[in-house]
Design a protein around this ligand. Structure first.
Ligand code: FAD
Length: 423
């Protein structure tokens, strides 16, 4: 069978060839091998595809992802601070393909939920029995006056890892000592709520060693944020006087930016940045809207037990793109949702009732080399949404030894989660 040849070649097949291969190997559901398509090969999609394969070796699984290399966001703040190489963030899909999953290196451009087909830019289509949407986020270049895609070349967001991460790093390296680094943080919901503060910490680490007269200003469209006490205590201890944060109620919400002058405007003042890291508001990846799975908020409502879209049939939505109540949008959550969604699909295909998922997630924040803290949570469906069942946060007064161990665990976590998703 064509798909088998593709698998044993252990490679990722580009575009139409992969779509054709998946379409050729297409017995009907009645013959027993359901066709599952997964759009998006990030933490959610790759974890889901591999879990589907583990749970049912007969399934015909196609993972659709335009990039042949995935660049992970967790630990990308270390790259920005010069503590890690960008290539340590990068993973191919070779192991995913070796698992017997057809990897199509193409972006999905259409979804017809009634006909159960996915369309591609070159005119080819792929039929499916079930579709999992895991497209991550789209940055809203229409939401902040002055900030469009062209502006992000001058004022990087670095909220999708890759060239933007490297650009922000280069700007910090080129900055004169004494410069002001401004980080603009949007309101919730957003990808990885604590990551802007981890970023501020690690940039402070770099500046302290290399440009000690410089300062960091966090302009925040929120009043409170995740693990705030831990960050504030760490900033006081490690970077006294270097990081200032202006919260929403103090006038921290950014209302416009000017990339020509690097100016950032709030209701209460204008700031001239040497380096401006502007993180714009976000919504679910565009294909979710095209498929009809996103609502007026820009995110996708789901049944929390099965991850089935509440808006379109035979489509499940996982990861950052879905509305998952109390679960923060994170790689941990996306991977756990991917596994739970795979189990729900396999049960549904077998005519079995779904099991109630119990999703666990860990969120590590590294604020200096050998200094990290964490939030660990277990989340379960409650009243049609996810709610925290148990959450533990590192103590504010932990010993240096405990912070060091957390930093080691953070690295172990990254190895495990990327190993599970990409092999
Ligand atoms: P993604 O991982 O973004 O994957 C989506 C994929 O879909 C992409 O590969 C994209 O190319 C693909 N795609 C989109 N549209 C299409 C289409 N039309 N057709 C085909 N493919 C498509 N999380 C943690 O748990 N721990 C951390 O320490 C952590 N640190 C972070 C630090 C930073 C700076 C940032 C920005 C995020 C961090 N996160 C962290 C969050 C984490 O990166 C995301 O929550 C996670 O990547 C979400 O997974 P996902 O699968 O939903 O989306």
């Amino acid at each position: 069978m064509t798909v088998t040849r593709l698998q044993t070649r252990r490679d990722v097949v580009r575009g139409a060839a992969a779509i054709a291969a998946a379409a050729l190997a297409r017995p009907s559901l009645a013959q027993g091998a359901a066709r599952i398509a997964v759009i998006g090969g990030g933490f959610g999609g790759a974890s889901c595809a591999r879990a589907l394969r583990r749970l049912d070796p007969k399934l015909q699984i196609t993972l659709i992802e335009p990039n042949t290399t995935f660049t992970a966001c967790p630990f990308s703040n270390e790259v920005i601070a010069g503590l890690r190489e960008l290539r340590a963030q990068q993973f191919t899909y070779d192991k995913v393909a070796a698992d017997g999953i057809t990897v199509a290196a193409q972006a999905a451009t259409k979804v017809d939920a009634q006909a159960r087909t996915i369309g591609f830019g070159d005119g080819t289509t792929l039929s499916y029995d079930r579709l999992v949407l895991a497209p991550g986020i789209e940055l809203r270049f229409d939401a902040l006056s002055g900030y469009d895609e062209a502006a992000s070349v001058q004022m990087p967001h670095a909220w999708k890892a890759g060239e933007q991460t490297a650009l922000l790093r280069r700007q910090l390296e080129a900055m004169d000592d004494g410069g002001l680094v401004v980080i603009a943080v949007p309101a919730a919901p957003m990808r990885c709520p604590p990551a802007p503060y981890e970023r501020a910490s690690l940039i402070a680490h770099y500046l302290q060693a290399n440009k000690p007269r410089s300062k960091i200003l966090v302009l925040d469209a929120k009043d409170n944020y995740s693990q705030q006490k831990l960050f504030e205590a760490a900033w006081k201890e490690l970077y006294p006087g270097m990081i200032e944060r202006i919260a929403l109620s103090q006038g921290g919400r950014v209302t416009s930016v000017n990339p020509a002058t690097n100016e950032i405007v709030t209701d209460f003042g204008n700031y001239s940045a040497a380096v401006a890291n502007v993180i714009p508001p976000q919504r679910a990846g565009r294909i979710a809207e095209i498929a009809g799975a996103a609502d007026h908020t820009g995110w996708c409502p789901i049944d929390p037990v099965t991850f089935a879209s509440k808006r379109v049939p035979n489509i499940h939505v996982i990861g950052d793109a879905c509305i998952a109540g109390g679960i923060p949008k994170s790689a941990s959550a996306a991977a756990a949702q991917g596994r739970a969604c795979a189990a729900a699909i396999v049960n549904a295909l077998a005519g079995k009732p779904p099991e109630t998922p119990r999703l666990d997630g860990a969120c590590y924040n590294t604020v200096a080399p050998g200094y990290a803290f964490s939030l660990k949570g277990i989340y379960q469906p409650k009243e049609d949404q996810y709610a925290e069942a148990e959450v533990t946060t590192s103590p504010v007064d932990a010993s240096p030894e405990m912070r060091r161990r957390e930093a080691e665990r953070a690295l172990d976590w990254f190895k495990t989660i990327t190993g599970d998703a990409f092999g």
